[in-house]
Every structure is written in structure tokens, then in C-alpha cells.
Design a protein around this ligand. Structure first.
Ligand SMILES: Nc1ncnc2c1ncn2[C@@H]1O[C@H](COP(=O)(O)OP(=O)(O)OP(=O)(O)O)[C@@H](O)[C@H]1O
Ligand SMILES: [Mg+2]
Length: 267
């Protein structure tokens, strides 16, 4: 199953949700791959730390290496799995980002490489039980590639009124992409992140979304400083603080998604 986490608004929790759901699955024995399509490389840093560009020449590595080879000679192409890195966590693998992604974006777009990630994932599918894709906060070549390659999309929402405004545009973009490129893409739901049950506004915002027919997932993620600590320590919550309230909220969300995984599967 290929799940993309996408919202064109920045800072809503895409990276946190990608890496923490992936880590929970991996800790339960699912062989899991995280693909970092964001040039900021936050998932990459979270899971493997600072990348030494001298040791790993950017143009040959990770997602940029995978894309770059699609404009090169066919016989030189390597198996997509050769761009995958191990992480310090059992069963958890990473196709890392690199700064080079920004440089090659225009060329990839001009040469219609938008389906290449889907082709690569088809080759990788047998190797991994779950694939999670982190995206940039833009509806650009990379996020579109991910939405074309995935079979599910999760949309994080951070209980901010600006985020609500942008949800309409976001859902319209996803619908257009489904229609034009990927009719098999299922919107798994909106993940409520940084929910604060004590305050009035978040509850109202979520109630409004539900009333308007948005597919809100009912396992909410609360707000906690543990999240920042987890990024800082470069350890997903399930390893850093398995009994913490936020970790348990993530476990509940993961369980709910996994239960739906069998039911909603369309392929
Ligand atoms: N549940 C949470 N509680 C508290 N802070 C959180 C929570 N989830 C995410 N954050 C914080 O919010 C910030 C943004 O999170 P994250 O990087 O996951 O978002 P993003 O959507 O990937 O951002 P970008 O659009 O820049 O890629 C981070 O500082 C993170 O620590
Ligand atoms: Mg991010």
C-alpha cells in the first residue's frame, strides 16, 4: 500500500505524521519505506540525521538519483531499491531527499517525468509492506508525482482557520488529479493534528469540517512538545516515548488506518 501525506499548506504536520506512522508500522514488523520528496529534507534528517553530501554525492543518491536516471541512457538505469537507505530503526527504510531535487525539477517537468515515481514504486512494491511518501508544501512536480504514484492520500489539518480556507483548494486539486491521472487514489481522510481539546476554536473548526462533508478521521493527534523533542532527538515517538499520550494517539490513528486498509483497498 502506498500512502501519500499531502497538504500544500506548510507546517501542518506532514513530516511528523509520515515518519511516525511509518515507524509504528515498522515497530510492529511491517517492512516500511519512507520516501522524502521535499527538498527541505525534514524526513531525511528526522530518520537518519545530517547527510554528508561528500560521502553521498547528491546527484547519485536517493530520490534525486532515482529521478535523474530517468533522463539518462536506459541501459545505465539502476533498480529503484539501490537508492534506498537503511535507517537506525528495524524494518524502516528511507529514500532520502537532497538539495538537488530543486535543481532538476524544471527539467523533469519539461520532459514529462511525472509518471516515473509510479513506475519506480511498482518495482518496489514487492519489497515493502508499506510505503509512506512525505511531500513538499506545494502542489508541484514532486507532490503531483506522489499523488499519481500512491493509492491513498492523508491530509493533515492543524486546526488553524487559514488551513481550513486552503482545504477547499486542496481537495479540488486532488479531485482534478484523480480525474486526470489516478482514478485509484482514495482520499483516506483528514488527520486532525495539534488538537487542543481545552480551547474552543479547534473543536469548532473540526465540527464545521465534518458538517461540510470533509472526511475527518476521528483519531485526533493532540499537541505536545514531545513532537519537537522527537525531531530534535531524531527518534520517532514510538522509540522515544512509547507510553506518551501523543504516541498513543498516533498508535490509535495507525490502528484505525490499518483496519481500513483491508476494507478500502480498491486494487
Ligand atoms: N502534534 C504536534 N504537537 C506539537 N507540535 C507539533 C505536532 N505535530 C507537528 N508539530 C510541530 O509543527 C512543526 C511542523 O511540523 P512538520 O514539520 O511535521 O510539518 P510539515 O507539514 O511537514 O511542514 P513543511 O510544510 O514545512 O514540510 C514542527 O515544528 C513540529 O514539531
Ligand atoms: Mg515537512
Amino acid at each position: 500500500m502506498h500512502r501519500v501525506i499531502f497538504n500544500q499548506k506548510g507546517g501542518v504536520g506532514k513530516t511528523s505524521i509520515t515518519c511516525n506512522l511509518a515507524a509504528i508500522g515498522a515497530s510492529q514488523g511491517l517492512r516500511t519505506l519512507v520516501i522524502d520528496l521535499d527538498v527541505q529534507g525534514n524526513s531525511t534528517h528526522y530518520l537518519v540525521g545530517e547527510v554528508d553530501a561528500e560521502q553521498y554525492p547528491a546527484e547519485a543518491q536517493g530520490v534525486s538519483g532515482l529521478f535523474k536516471q530517468t533522463v539518462g541512457p536506459r541501459k545505465m538505469r539502476r533498480n529503484p531499491d539501490s537508492f534506498v537507505w537503511e535507517t537506525p530503526f528495524e524494518n524502516l527504510f528511507l529514500l532520502p531527499s537532497s538539495p538537488y531535487l530543486a535543481e532538476i525539477e524544471k527539467e523533469l517537468e519539461a520532459r514529462y517525468k511525472i509518471y516515473k515515481l509510479r513506475d519506480a514504486l511498482a518495482k518496489l512494491a514487492g519489497e515493502y509492506d508499506r510505503i509512506y511518501i512525505d511531500t513538499p508544501p506545494n502542489f508541484n512536480f514532486y507532490s503531483k508525482s506522489a499523488l499519481i504514484a500512491a493509492d491513498r492520500v492523508l491530509v493533515p489539518f492543524d486546526c488553524d482557520s487559514f488551513a481550513r480556507q486552503s482545504l477547499y483548494e486542496l481537495m479540488a486539486n486532488i479531485e482534478e488529479l484523480q480525474e486526470d491521472h489516478n482514478p485509484d487514489l482514495a482520499v483516506e481522510g483528514i488527520v486532525i493534528n495539534q488538537f487542543n481539546g481545552q480551547a474552543r476554536l479547534p473543536g469548532e473548526l473540526v465540527a464545521d469540517l465534518t458538517e461540510e462533508g470533509f472526511p475527518v478521521i476521528d483519531s485526533f493527534l493532540n499537541s505536545s512538545v514531545k513532537m519537537r523533542e522527537s525531531h530534535y532527538e531524531m527518534r520517532p515517538l514510538i522509540y522515544l516515548a512509547p507510553r506518551h499520550k501523543l504516541t498513543q494517539a498516533y498508535v490509535a490513528l495507525h490502528e484505525q488506518l490499518e483496519k481500513g486498509a483491508g476494507r478500502k483497498r480498491r486494487r
